[in-house]
Ligand binder design. Sequence first.
Ligand SMILES: *[C@@H]1O[C@H](CO)[C@@H](O)[C@H](O)[C@H]1NC(C)=O
Ligand SMILES: *[C@@H]1O[C@H](CO)[C@@H](O)[C@H](O)[C@H]1NC(C)=O
Ligand SMILES: *[C@@H]1O[C@H](CO)[C@@H](O)[C@H](O)[C@H]1NC(C)=O
Length: 434
Amino acid sequence: MLPINLFLALGGASVVTAANSWIVPGSPWMSTSNTKIDAHGGMVYKRGDTFYWIGQAASHSVQPYMYTSKNLLDWTPASNPQNSIQWMWRPKIAKPNGSFWIYGQVDRNVQALKSDTITGGYSIAGSKVTLPPSGYTYSDTGMFMDDDETWYLLTSADHNTVQINRINSDGAIGSRVNYLAKGAYEAPGMFKVNGIYYLIVSGKTGWRSNPNSMFWASSISGSWNGPYGIAPEAQKTYNSQNTFELTIKGSQKTTYIYMGDSWDSKGGPDSNFVWLPMNVDTGNKKVTLEYHAQWKIDVNTGVVSYPSVKRRYEAEDAQIVGRAAVADCAHCLSKRGVHEITSDSAVTFHNVTGLGGRQWVQFHYRQSREAGEAHVFVNDEPAVNISSLNHRAGYHDIVPIELNLREGAVNKITFGTTGRNARAVLDGIELVED
Ligand SMILES: *[C@@H]1O[C@H](CO)[C@@H](O)[C@H](O)[C@H]1NC(C)=O
Ligand SMILES: *[C@@H]1O[C@H](CO)[C@@H](O)[C@H](O)[C@H]1NC(C)=O
Ligand SMILES: *[C@@H]1O[C@H](CO)[C@@H](O)[C@H](O)[C@H]1NC(C)=O
């Protein structure tokens, strides 16, 4: 089932399964079966030329669910690896011996599952356990495999400790090799560049996003340096919480990908994903998320690319009704924009050229974060709140949403706001054509 807003935005019954062209942080991500991908708090594991994405499925009693892909864009639902386990939070996958293992948090203990095949047939491997050496319970699970193929379970243990425990070759949670006790952190994820171990953690603010932090150490058991922020503080990690860092070793370059969850208000099925490439300054051991509204990676070369063919329409050239008015705008591309778009106003772009079918349209606007909603409607279809199509809506300058457009210069796209204090400044719209 498509969420109803998306269903309407795509043009009712004319929904067709199409390949995904971009990774769009904060936007609903559809599987090849046209279902919304539901695999949060998860990770991606590559074997051969296939990527396996495992995560918790909010719409299935928080069971582990798995999807597979060859390109990191199009994901096929693979399985529900063990359907008697429920409320298993942040499942992660590892291969400490010949078997595949899933580790997740159940009742604040580690529950392990084991199978001989990666996508299915998992059996429950022993009872739930606490963390050695102190028997701590914990909340969030992370996973890291070192160059020597030793696997480590990362946890946000209670007592405000983030722990790193070795996973033994029999799959058991082994000794603690390191811990971080520098504050209240959770959602740990780790990756390694040039021998340096980088550990990303979030603050503890429930389902609300916060500025995630970076620590680094020069060995798996070394002392931690940091923390520092990985994104501008006000962006709250682009409205996401860390879950895993994925390394793509391509023929031209190695790219490191931050994988975060953009939670809804209760960690439910409306939650989305924020994946972004990271910039790693190895000299200064400084890592920052490289924010892009849309991007993709060639998994063979490791090279990241962005939309390059766009058709732009300026807001100041559109039809304006209500209180909104054209004025100078320092941050706008043409230095002019439409200001004071309140709930009695609308900005309509006429004769917009579409390619025919689903197409990404980037709305360039600013709106205060707390006040009201921005919405859009296309060709006299019902209005759709932009925030339901992209969680980043309202506090980013570029918000891509996917719309169903007719072919040719025949589309009408209207932007407006809802809510008593709603107020937006619209710079323009850009239709992505590649
Ligand atoms: C991995 O270890 C588990 C637990 O000792 C064992 O049951 C399983 O057979 C092992 N798998 C392989 C393929 O060796
Ligand atoms: C849109 O295109 C039609 C047909 O070319 C034209 O008659 C109309 O004036 C255009 N509308 C606007 C607002 O430019
Ligand atoms: C859109 O947002 C407005 C203002 O927050 C809200 O009242 C309305 O219910 C939302 N519409 C939908 C379909 O969610």
